[in-house]
Design a protein around this ligand. Structure first.
Ligand SMILES: [Zn+2]
Length: 224
């Protein structure tokens, strides 16, 4: 069977039998793939040191004869993508990426790589929100902060908008229902996506976190 090589980001690894791992990866050219890493949990396995999340990996694998799981042949660990202090936030971001880019979706590698870059360059308390939001936006789950997501009208940043049923709405579409998003809040979140040198207040971070949660919840409900 054909051999493949690609740059990859490890989303998660699951223990399999007594010594192996099943890997879920986003690759640059091949989209999301799963691979069997035989013996990867043995102390002397060369895979052991290489298979780390939050690093760029270079993988070589054999395509499966049947089914969808390839076999890992070689793994190389390249540069780390986050400083030590942001590893926890990085792991939370991987969990979100795994939901945003499920099996069968070809995208994900560039999106996650870019989101990790955003996370590495934002303050610790707000970086995860900015990175997650950016990834949600490239996956088409959310739109921007300058338009009503129902009527598409451009809403200048000094107007109040509303967060209702996981959508950002203008005053007319919201009909006074939902959570008010003040001009200050919206401007801050909008700016935080593109500028590294700003800080968010605690309450804006909390609002952003609840918005992100609501969008994920809505997608879960739609799926089931
Ligand atoms: Zn509207």
């Amino acid at each position: 069977m054909a051999e493949q090589r690609d740059a990859a980001l490890l989303l998660r690894s699951i223990a399999y039998s007594d010594s192996s791992l099943i890997l879920h990866c986003l690759t640059k050219q091949h989209g999301r793939i799963s691979l069997m890493a035989r013996g990867a949990r043995r102390a002397k396995s060369p895979f052991r040191a290489a298979l780390m999340p939050l690093y760029t990996l270079q993988l070589r694998w054999k395509e499966p004869r049947t089914g969808s799981m390839g076999t890992l042949l070689e793994a190389q660990r390249l540069s780390p993508l986050l400083p030590e202090s942001k590893i926890l936030a990085g792991q939370a971001l991987l969990a979100k990426a795994s939901i945003l880019f499920p099996d069968g979706v070809h995208a994900g590698f560039e999106e996650l790589w870019h989101a990790l870059h955003i996370l590495s360059r934002r303050p610790e308390d707000s970086g995860l929100m900015a990175a997650t939001w950016n990834m949600m936006q490239t996956a088409g789950w959310v739109a921007d902060f300058e338009h009503c997501w129902y009527c598409s009208k451009h809403i200048v940043l000094n107007q109040t908008m509303f967060w209702r049923q996981a959508h950002l709405l203008c005053e007319l579409c919201a009909r006074q229902q939902g959570m008010k998003i003040s001009p200050g809040c919206r401007k801050s979140l909008h700016t935080h996506l593109t500028q590294t040198n700003t800080r968010l207040t605690k309450s804006y971070i909390q609002i952003w976190e609840s918005m992100i949660q609501a969008v994920f919840q809505q997608h879960q409900t739609n799926k089931s």
